[in-house]
Design a protein around this ligand. Structure first.
Ligand SMILES: [Zn+2]
Length: 359
């Protein structure tokens, strides 16, 4: 299966290098729709910016494949008289990694550059030598002499801030950058749509290819669009933690390795018959996979679909990721391709009016 090629990789870089902070996903969504629209019969945008394409519209049975479009970010929360900016989180942004990162602050005049400053090692004497970044002490410097100059640059309370970063390839094996969570999922579902179109697959249902907003602050975009689409089945893709890297306790976090295939989660929110269909697809097509367990909900958009509309059979296919919510999130090329294959092959196993009742 031809998944990552010159054209699809160009889309991956365009999409991953766009900005799509939670609540402000339009730029990323436009890039995504531009690519996906040639592989779907129609596309739609909901009121809060979730984008979805439909293959085979109008069938009574509706299947969703879904990823989330939003990336974690910050909000400007306070500007000091000297022009230093304090922030609050938009999603689960990590204050520990902030110092010395470059940022873009989005204003109505376009992005303003800045940096998270930090006192030099020489100046942190005595007690302060153990100073560590916290939400109380991190700050952005935009090179202005005072608050007035910051405001003249178009920066005000409520402006959204992201780390400045570009996608790169590492050792020909990994893609590295910010917000692979979960725009790599948006890449994967777009490839599934492309393969269905290019392979002229005649699906016996309507397929909704959904790139949802606002996952990072509580699965909100998925909640909205699940109610709108009212699907019969939903296959969600998101990222999970590669637990091979230092300082992670596998007894707590599970045993997942990047490069060993997508991870399939068992848990109450995941529908067992749908999950078994996905296991069968993996085994039939010899797609490698790993297992993980989730005590209650999965913490992903799977829950939003599962617990919508009186219950929608839903399952989760996860891409192992190193260093989640940093600017060096790493995903393995083969895992990305195998996520695409597994979603694709699972869809081919869903029959017309597929019955997911347990007995
Ligand atoms: Zn996340």
């Amino acid at each position: 299966m031809d998944i990552i090629n010159e054209k699809s990789e160009k889309f991956m870089f365009d999409y991953l290098n766009s900005s799509s902070p939670t609540g402000f996903e339009s730029a990323g969504q436009q890039t995504w729709v531009e690519y996906v629209q040639s592989y779907v019969d129609e596309w739609h945008l909901d009121n809060y910016g979730t984008a979805y394409g439909i293959i085979n519209p109008g069938k009574p049975y509706k299947v969703v494949i879904e990823a989330h479009a939003d990336e974690i970010a910050w909000f400007v929360n306070y500007i000091s008289d000297k022009g230093f900016i304090s922030v609050i989180r938009n999603g689960g942004s990590d204050h520990i990694i902030a110092p010395s990162k470059r940022v873009n602050i989005y204003t109505k005049n376009g992005p303003v550059q800045g940096v998270f400053g930090w006192p030099a090692i020489h100046t942190r004497k005595g007690k302060k030598s153990s100073l560590s970044p916290s939400m109380e002490n991190i700050f952005i410097d935009v090179g202005a002499k005072d608050k007035e100059e910051v405001e003249k640059m178009g920066v005000h309370v409520g402006c959204v801030v992201t780390f400045e970063d570009e996608l790169m390839k590492l050792n020909e094996k990994y893609y590295v950058g910010r917000a692979l969570d979960n725009r790599m999922g948006g890449f994967c579902i777009a490839q599934v749509a492309r393969l269905i179109k290019e392979n002229k697959i005649d699906l016996p249902f309507s397929l909704y290819v959904v790139n949802a907003v606002q996952e990072e602050i509580g699965l909100r975009g998925a909640q909205m669009v699940a109610d709108q689409i009212k699907p019969n089945v939903a296959i969600i893709t998101d990222v999970c933690h590669d637990t091979d890297t230092p300082l992670i306790d596998k007894k707590i976090q599970g045993d997942t390795s990047a490069g060993n295939g997508p991870s399939l989660t068992v848990g109450p929110a995941v529908h067992n018959k749908l999950l078994n269909l996905i296991f069968d697809a993996a085994e039939d097509k010899e797609i490698p996979f790993q297992r993980s367990a989730s005590s209650r909900s999965t913490g992903t958009d799977t829950d939003a679909f599962a617990y919508s509309n009186g219950g929608v059979p839903s399952a989760l296919i996860s891409l192992p990721l190193r260093y989640m919510h940093t600017t060096v999130e790493m995903a393995h090329t083969e895992d990305i391709e195998n996520v695409v294959k597994l979603i694709y092959e699972s869809l081919l196993k869903i029959e017309e009016n597929h019955n997911f009742k347990y007995f």
